[in-house]
Structures are given as structure tokens and as C-alpha cells.
Design a protein around this ligand. Structure first.
Ligand SMILES: Cc1cc2nc3c(=O)[nH]c(=O)nc-3n(C[C@H](O)[C@H](O)[C@H](O)COP(=O)(O)O)c2cc1C
Length: 199
């Protein structure tokens, strides 16, 4: 992997393009990653209508050492622009464009379905040829945010925006290469994860 300052590409696959929730999360990620990497960004959905074509962005994908994908949850799946991107990326499966490059994923959702999106997307990225750093996939949920505002203590084990720091750290660590890597973890509930919560 890169011994120079690595180039990390943020791939905004939101249906809402630069005005969606994904854009907010990726702007935060950009700030976090900029300390350790050159950060480039692409937004698939364009105001003009047609999303960026895979062949148009291929040079930026080739130039990247690592990727951070962002998408919303849409009927239990990722966005249609991301589906189109993945379909168009198929001829590059197993090529140097992807091979061995670390990929992180941030999914947002209202309430349900995001973890399924995250897990399946991570599976696709590995099949294309990417690697997954530890703790590099995150679901930011509106339901969890509301719960946290009302009862931060009860919601302490839910994923939150602060966990984006861990995702970005581990992605930058993997992109930098070298060993041993100094991975970070988000807080893990080791006390009452098995406690009954229904009265
Ligand atoms: C067409 C559509 C379908 C959606 N389906 C789901 C869903 O299945 N589960 C969910 O929790 N949220 C769902 N949402 C909410 C979005 O996932 C959520 O607002 C997300 O943050 C959108 O990201 P974006 O603003 O970057 O596009 C849906 C939103 C839209 C517009």
C-alpha cells in the first residue's frame, strides 16, 4: 500500500447528491481524513439528472488508494445511483482498480434496513477486490439519533456520528499501509448487551 500520503476517494452515492444526509457525513469524514491523506470526492447524482458515468470517473477510481462509500437506505437497499455504479463497475471486477484497496462504508437510514445495506455492500466491495479495515462500516440512523437525544444513557450502545472518527481512522490506517496498524474501536457494551429490555 501507499508509503506516500495516500489518496482517499469519497464516493457520495446519495440520491440527493450534494444536498443529502450522506453529503453531511462525507463532509465530516473529509475533515477527519484530511489530516492523514489527500482526499478527493465524487458525487454520483448530478443536478442535471444523469449520474456520473463510470467511464468518466474511472481515472479518479484508478488514482485512489482507498475508498469511502456513502449511501442512504432506500427500501432496504442502497441508492439506485449506487446500483448503477456497481453494475457499470463489473468489467473492472478483480482488476487493479479495486484490488487490495481498503474500502469503508457509511450508510444512513430513518429507522431500519441500513445494517443489511452495509453488510451486503461490504460483501460486494470485497468481491470487486477491495479489503475491509476493521470497524470501517457504520449506519447512522435517525431513530437512534432521536433516541439518543431523549435518553443518551439508554442509547449509549447505538452507532452515532462520533463513530465516524473510528471509521476514518481505520480507513486512513489501512490506506497508509505498513505494520503494525494502530486500529481503533468504537465503544462496545460489554456489561448489559444480553440484558432483557422488554417489560
Ligand atoms: C425512496 C426512499 C426510500 C427510503 N427507504 C428507507 C428504508 O427502507 N429504511 C429507512 O430506514 N430509511 C429509508 N429512507 C430514508 C433514507 O434512508 C434516509 O433519509 C437517508 O439518510 C437518505 O440519505 P441521503 O439524504 O443521502 O439520500 C428512504 C428514503 C427515501 C427517499
Amino acid at each position: 500500500m501507499a508509503s506516500r500520503r495516500p489518496c482517499i476517494l469519497l464516493l457520495n452515492a446519495s440520491l440527493a447528491g450534494d444536498s443529502g444526509n450522506t453529503a453531511v457525513l462525507l463532509a465530516e469524514a473529509r475533515r477527519l481524513l484530511a489530516r492523514r491523506a489527500s482526499v478527493a470526492a465524487l458525487t454520483l447524482a448530478q443536478p442535471s439528472g444523469a449520474p456520473l458515468a463510470f467511464d468518466t470517473i474511472r481515472p479518479q477510481l484508478v488514482a485512489a488508494d482507498a475508498f469511502l462509500f456513502g449511501t442512504g437506505t432506500h427500501w432496504d437497499s442502497w441508492s439506485s445511483v449506487l446500483q448503477k455504479f456497481l453494475e457499470d463497475a463489473t468489467p473492472a471486477e478483480g482488476t487493479a482498480l479495486w484490488l487490495g484497496k481498503p474500502a469503508a462504508v457509511v450508510v444512513s437510514e430513518h429507522s431500519v434496513g441500513g445494517k443489511g445495506v452495509l453488510s451486503r455492500l461490504q460483501g460486494v466491495l470485497v468481491t470487486l477486490g477491495c479489503t475491509l479495515p476493521p470497524m470501517s462500516g457504520l449506519v447512522i440512523s435517525r431513530a437512534a439519533s432521536i433516541a439518543s437525544e431523549h435518553d443518551a444513557d439508554a442509547a449509549h450502545d447505538f452507532w452515532c456520528r462520533e463513530d465516524l472518527r473510528v471509521v476514518c481512522h481505520n480507513l486512513a490506517e489501512a490506506a497508509a499501509g505498513g505494520a503494525p496498524s494502530r486500529w481503533k474501536t468504537w465503544p462496545v457494551d460489554r456489561a448489559d448487551f444480553a440484558a432483557r429490555w422488554l417489560a
